[in-house]
Design a protein around this ligand. Structure first.
Ligand code: ADP
Ligand code: MG
Length: 617
């Protein structure tokens, strides 16, 4: 007895709809993409009750003649590809010829379309996949499609829909993607008779972002500088260092004009941001990747959100590089705003303290041991001095020994406590230190708060990376070498990164099975617990290396961890050290955040202060 039967066209479409039409937002996506493919200059989207009750998309695109208006409702009917080879070079958003029949099979569907210049248009009414009527229509040129009562004939699917609010926010997000992806098209969005937005067409992406997301967000973006690598071109806008969100909702990536989701791209962005992004946070991006369509497969999923790259490494490296370059463009702009002092002019690259600095830091040496006063300063000056390899450093477990000779202190410029030595005039003015940690400063815009630890970490980090590339990090021998027992897996990690560890100033060698000997540490890590440090490094390496490429991974990770260790115990700084700290911070490549992505400084502008004090609304 034969059991197999061909499904009717209608059932087949409903099955296909399961993949293409998940919720109102998917209908909006498909219809808007069709309008874009049809060359529309303006697209209106009107929904009712989250799109569950009705979705209407009206465009002024090419329209269709009567034959096409009927044919477009057949499965696998498309004007966008002809042969299998065409799949390798897709320039349109659609190509599967599935969307319209799928939508029409699960809704009450009306299509009205008219070619410009045609005497009349065509109206087709379809209910649950069955054509009810075809007739002339007098609508304007273009196409309008309405899908009402979504899933009315599939109660099981209808049950999966969420509340109207949830569905309407999905629709809004979908439109958001399309509007950002196509600034040259005007978009109108009407939700339950309320006009949510009317976006005029623009040739400038930044304008579209401002119209849609608001000026405050637009002000936090950097334009990607002209970037191309091979056949890959990258453009768009990225959030400045330190700008982040707890979800990926604002991380928009467009590949050849199509909004896509792809882990390679996510990780590449993360890697590009690297130290400019806090743990667990996601960047804000409006990133456009244009590449040879043959090098990417968009036919992975019916909804076409996922893509597969022919050469993943190539794409990843391009994004990492473009992101880095973009973040660096901010440096110049940032430091010029920051340095615009309360009085006078910016003088060259010098950081000057203006007027008479008021430094409410106790000057009584009796309160603070003198060697602690310079603790922080000494840490990073170790880099600008000859390696102090001869200076013994006791293991942390041993009782505190007298302070080692200050071999790492050849510069005396900033060691003199008299404020008379400090050039004074413009830039900014140090007001004092809050809670032993935050440096308070005044600049042209208002108040600036600097987190000393974060600033110090950033300075050390960049200096350390430079050192690792060139002559190496100055080290100090441990008085008593330590041995460290680790699990076989961790031992593996250490062995693999032994070279980088040594270059970072951590003197480490295998010492039997699962055991390593540590006999030196970076000079500035005085007083650190080497075993603890190593454990942190192993943890961090394990966590990140699963996700990122090998691009400087080891170096960056180790330097990050070492620097976090270095600054843990530093607190007290005198004025010359503060000045030096700010100077060194401003000389960094990415001065505005620490290597872990936390901000190093916060600007509180006069207008914010005025708002807080109710002087201004
Ligand atoms: P696909 O977009 O994958 O080709 P669809 O089912 O979405 O498949 O659409 C089928 C065809 O109908 C398209 O190839 C196109 O020729 C035509 N079409 C759909 N929507 C429009 C529109 N808004 N304006 C003009 N033609 C359209
Ligand atoms: Mg389509």
């Amino acid at each position: 007895m034969s059991r197999i039967a061909l499904l009717s066209e209608q059932v087949a479409s409903q099955v296909a709809a399961g993949e293409v039409v998940e919720r109102p937002a998917s209908v909006v996506k498909e219809l808007v993409e069709n309008s874009i493919d049809a060359g529309a200059r303006k697209i209106e989207v009107l929904i009712r009750r989250g799109g569950i009750s009705s979705i209407r998309v009206v465009d002024d695109g090419s329209g269709m003649d009567r034959d096409d208006a009927l044919l477009c409702l057949e499965r696998h009917a498309t004007s966008k590809i002809r042969t299998g080879e065409d799949l390798a070079a897709i320039h349109t958003l659609g190509f599967r010829g599935e969307a319209l029949p799928s939508i029409a099979s699960v809704s009450r569907f009306r299509l009205a379309t008219r070619e410009p210049g045609a005497l009349a248009g065509t109206e087709v009414i379809v209910n649950g996949g069955k054509i009810e009527s075809v007739k002339d229509s007098g609508d304007a040129p273009g196409t309008q499609i309405e899908a009402r009562s979504l899933f009315y004939n599939l109660p099981a699917r209808r049950k999966f829909l969420r509340t109207e609010n949830t569905e309407s926010s999905h629709v809004e997000h979908q439109l958001h993607l399309q509007a950002i992806g196509h600034p040259e098209i005007g978009f109108v969005f009407v939700n339950d008779d309320r006009v949510v937005y009317q976006l005029p067409p623009t040739t400038h992406l930044r304008e579209r972002i401002r119209d849609l997301c608001g000026a405050p967000l637009a002000a936090e973006l950097l334009e990607v500088p002209e970037f191309s690598s091979g056949h890959i071109r990258i453009r768009g806008f990225l959030g400045k260092a330190g700008v982040s969100r707890s979800s990926r909702a604002q991380q928009l990536i467009f590949l050849n004009g199509r909004a896509v989701e792809n882990n390679t791209l996510n990780f590449a962005l993360r890697e590009g941001y690297h130290t400019a992004l806090m743990k667990g946070q996601h960047p804000v991006t409006f990133l456009f990747i244009d590449m040879d369509p043959a090098a990417v497969d968009v036919n992975v999923h019916p909804a076409k959100r996922e893509v597969r790259f022919r050469n993943t490494a190539e794409v990843r490296d391009a994004i990492v590089e473009a992101t880095r370059r973009t973040l660096e463009t901010d440096r110049a702009e940032w430091s010029s705003t920051f340095r615009a002092g309360p009085v006078g002019e910016v003088s060259g690259s010098e950081i000057l303290v203006s007027g008479s600095p008021v430094l409410p830091i106790p000057e009584t040496p009796a309160l603070i041991p003198p060697n602690e006063q310079f603790a922080l300063r000494r840490d990073w000056s170790a880099f600008s001095s000859p390696p102090a390899t001869a200076t013994p450093l006791q293991p942390a477990s041993a009782p505190a020994a007298p302070e080692a000779p200050a071999a790492a202190e050849p510069e005396t410029l900033n060691q003199k406590p008299e404020t008379g030595e400090i050039p004074r005039s413009s830039d900014f003015k140090i007001l004092g230190v809050l809670g032993k940690l935050y440096v308070l400063m005044e600049n042209a815009s208002g108040l600036v708060l600097v987190d000393q630890h974060a600033a110090h970490e950033r300075i050390l980090f960049e200096e350390m990376l430079k050192r690792m590339e060139s002559q190496g990090v100055p080290t100090q021998r441990l008085l008593l070498p330590l041995t460290l027992q680790v699990s076989p897996r961790d031992g593996d990690w250490i062995t693999r990164h032994l070279d980088v560890l040594n270059r970072s100033g951590i003197g480490l060698e295998p010492f039997g099975a699962g055991t390593f000997k540590i006999d030196s540490l970076p000079t500035f890590l005085r007083g650190s617990e080497p075993a603890q440090l190593l454990r942190e490094i192993i943890d961090d390496l394990r966590e990140t290396s699963a996700q990122t490429s090998k691009l400087r991974l080891g170096e960056d990770m180790i330097a990050k961890t070492v620097c976090r260790h270095a600054v843990k115990a530093n607190d007290f700084l005198r004025e010359p050290e503060l000045v030096r700290l700010i100077q060194d911070l401003l000389a960094c490549d990415l001065p505005y955040c620490c290597p872990h992505g936390r901000p190093t400084m916060i600007q509180m502008s006069y207008s914010e202060l005025e708002k807080k004090f109710g002087r201004k609304v």
